[in-house]
Design a protein around this ligand. Structure first.
Ligand code: UDP
Length: 472
């Protein structure tokens, strides 16, 4: 239950519906409010165009906040403020099996697509007698990297946390350090999180196959590797964000925005093409007070125009230099809270995207043809960075060195000079233009992939046909 998983899953359900299937989304009430407008719009669309009825329903399950000790209404990782709280969200998820099973018994679907973070989904699907497809939220490349790290442990005999090692046997030379690995992979502790990663991998192994929000042409060597070496079936059906066709669809995607969509578009319309850097670190990032101040100073020093999305985890008085917003008025726009990300990225004024490398963000950036400044924080973001910088050549690394979800409040992880340097490198000059044109090419290919006859369109059609055969 996190935006980075629910947003693409809901878009995926909408893609299934556009291919003629009936899709039912199962959500808890607090999370359902995030998507009700989107689903309502899709229903209207189906009736208006009258070609094919888009049938999507939302079914609700009560969230067991009290049972796990969470405040009422806290049903999503983005509302947690500590590691303990986020573990409780996972714990609550484990308690949903029985009501979920009941819904499946009532609805009798032909197939279940469930996130890998729902550990009991395969058991429930088996009981009801239907196939379970797993959704990871990431790309084939990172799944392959994780597979090698888990099976071969190339980092095992490396003493230093900062010495780089090669992840062996992959189609490209990929180097990482121990400090950049997913915490449990590195420390091999028996923490709750480590156990969860174990369950997650089991979900992948025991499912019918996996659906990936990516497209073949983006990572052909790794879709091949995943099939042949990892040995799992996968369908590449993304970028699913492309099911959001107009500005309103894009503006209401995943949450209530903290800025009026028209105000945002008016601001962007006053800028030249490719002249604005969009800075956003997803729905879960936590920065230290010192780091937030450092970002502000780096952006100011870069001289670039920017939109910066700041999660409301701290009050601005704690860290924002006095007069910052006033001083940079016109040049920099801060969005406090939730931004209409896809709407912004798709605007021609955006010339670069500083991202934490959450997979949705990377893919949404590329789909819009925007090159990246990569600043991975946690999850599999360090391997996503490698895909963007070393393989696709569409990104500049800001120089983040350390996997960290809950930062030390006084620590600076990336210095202002590095932020300033990366911003200049990505926004101006020949190298920037080359990266931008490679990102553009990826964006064009992405759009072709989901259009009729494209690779993702065909993969989704093939999957649906296979599911139909299974039912007979
Ligand atoms: N997002 C958004 N507005 C925001 C922050 C995030 O629309 O202000 C969306 C973004 O477009 C993406 C998702 O939330 O679809 C975040 O997923 P990602 O995998 O990039 O990162 P996570 O939040 O899971 O770390």
């Amino acid at each position: 239950m996190a935006h980075g998983h629910m947003i693409p899953l809901v878009d995926m359900a909408r893609q299934f519906a556009r291919h003629g299937s009936k899709a039912t989304i199962i959500l808890t009430p607090g999370n359902a409010t995030l998507f009700s407008k989107t689903i309502e719009r899709d229903r209207e669309l189906g009736l208006q165009i009258n070609i094919r009825l888009i049938e999507i329903n939302i079914r609700l399950i009560v969230f067991p906040s009290a049972e796990v000790g969470l405040p009422e209404g806290c049903e999503n990782l983005s509302s947690t403020t500590s590691q303990e709280m986020s573990l409780k969200i996972h714990k609550a998820g484990e308690l949903l099996q029985q009501p979920f099973e009941q819904l499946l018994e009532e609805d009798r679907p032909d197939c279940l697509v469930a996130d890998v973070f729902i550990p009991w989904a395969t058991d429930v699907a088996t009981k009801v007698g239907i196939p379970r497809l797993a959704f990871h939220g990431t790309n084939a490349f990172s799944l392959c990297v994780h597979h090698v790290l888990h099976n071969q442990e190339p980092h095992k005999n490396i003493e230093s946390n900062t010495e780089s090692f090669i992840v062996p046997d992959l189609p490209d030379t990929i180097k990482l350090t121990k400090l950049q690995l997913l915490d449990p992979t590195r420390s091999r502790t028996e923490s709750h999180f480590a156990k969860m990663v174990g369950k997650l991998m089991k979900a992948e192994r025991t499912s019918y196959g996996i659906v990936i929000n990516s497209f073949h042409e983006l990572e052909p060597a790794y879709s091949e590797y995943y099939r042949k070496v990892v040995g799992r079936r996968a369908w590449y059906i993304g970028p699913v964000s492309l099911c959001n066709r107009d500005d309103e669809d894009k503006a209401c995607r995943g949450n209530q925005t903290s800025i009026d969509e028209h105000e945002c578009l008016t601001w962007l319309a006053s800028k030249k093409p490719n002249s604005v850097l969009y800075v956003c670190f997803g729905s879960l990032s936590n920065f230290s007070t010192a780091q937030l101040r450092e970002i502000a100073m780096g952006l100011e020093a870069s001289g670039q125009q920017f939109i910066w999305v700041v999660r409301k985890e701290k009050t601005k008085e704690e860290w924002l230099p006095e007069g910052f917003e006033k001083q940079l008025e016109g040049r920099g726009l801060i969005i406090w809270g939730w931004a209409p990300q896809v709407l912004i990225l798709d605007h021609e004024a955006i010339g670069g995207f500083m991202t934490h490398c959450g997979w949705n963000s990377v893919l949404e950036g590329l789909t819009a043809g925007v090159p990246l400044i990569t600043w991975p924080l946690f999850a599999e973001q360090f391997s996503n960075e490698k895909l963007a910088t070393d393989i696709l050549n569409v990104g500049v690394a800001v120089g983040a060195q350390e996997w960290c979800q809950w930062p030390d409040d006084t620590k600076i992880y990336v210095k202002r000079e590095d932020i300033e340097k990366a911003a200049a490198q990505l926004m101006v000059g020949e190298e920037a233009e080359e990266m931008r044109s490679r990102a553009h090419a990826q964006g064009d290919t992405a759009k072709k992939a989901v259009a009729k006859g494209g690779s993702s369109y065909s993969d989704l059609s093939a999957l649906i046909e296979e599911m139909k055969l299974n039912c007979h």
